[in-house]
Design a protein around this ligand. Sequence first.
Ligand code: SAM
Length: 291
Amino acid sequence: MTDKISTPLKTKELIEKYGFYFKKNFGQNFLIDSNVLSNIVSAAEIQKDDFVLEIGPGIGSLTQYLAESAGYVTAIEIDKNLIPILSETMNGYDNFEVINEDVLKLDINALIAENGNGKKAKLVANLPYYITTPIIMEILEKHADIKSMTVMVQKEVALRMLAKPKSKDYGALTAAVQFYCDAKLDFIVKPNCFMPRPKVDSAVITLTIKDKPISVKNQEFMFKIIKCAFGQRRKTLLNSLYNQGGFGLSKDELALILKNMDLDSRVRGEELSVEQFAYLSDSIYEKINYK
Ligand code: SAM
């Protein structure tokens, strides 16, 4: 097994040896703190028979820890200049492979089916921040065969995913994440744990996919309502639904639906829980279809 590379000195030595330059446009901030790395593996509750998918292994700092705890690790890395470095740092781990691809262009389910031995994957990653939301949304909306995601994201984005109704961070992203997952904050990570240092604090969160998703007649329709509700935060939910929804219902009909849910006609979108959005969606959907 190769020595651990997650120290500032070893990381620096490696990137100098290979003449590697950090690319800002790929969100390259490598972890150099061994405590953070072992805490990520603990938060993900990695077991010896787990199949782990890592997005963006970089030079392999987290990958080494994952390969030591998991059954098998498949990593997806966009930057071809990192592949030779990974060959060195992952030398000796026979339960690891890297795919040199853009994760957003890959068929994740096909990849899991090929490598997972019939198992769902655990996704563990220090995500490139410029595509955090597209990656997470792609996985949720395509119903990828993933059990849980333990991911490092910008603290501000983590707070939005974990937000409670009526808070300033609660929005369309919160509703989408909490519709599909149970979300928990694992810990906060300071900029000095990375090379180079990002400008903002980061957070590790675990999103566990719900076994039983919230029941709703038409998911796509519900997300349309959620988007409409958060489109103009200063407007009441009633005005947003009436002006932007395009449901063909009168304001009185929409107000009655809210009243039947014990909601005031002046309620704003950010005051509704995900369960209430599902109920609202079903009520509007039924009203339209049985009109
Ligand atoms: N896991 C390493 C660590 O913790 O030190 C590196 C994390 S770094 C924040 C993000 C990594 O994602 C980089 O290695 C970057 O090249 C890679 N990356 C960026 N965009 C990607 C994409 N679209 N598909 C796959 N990997 C990507």
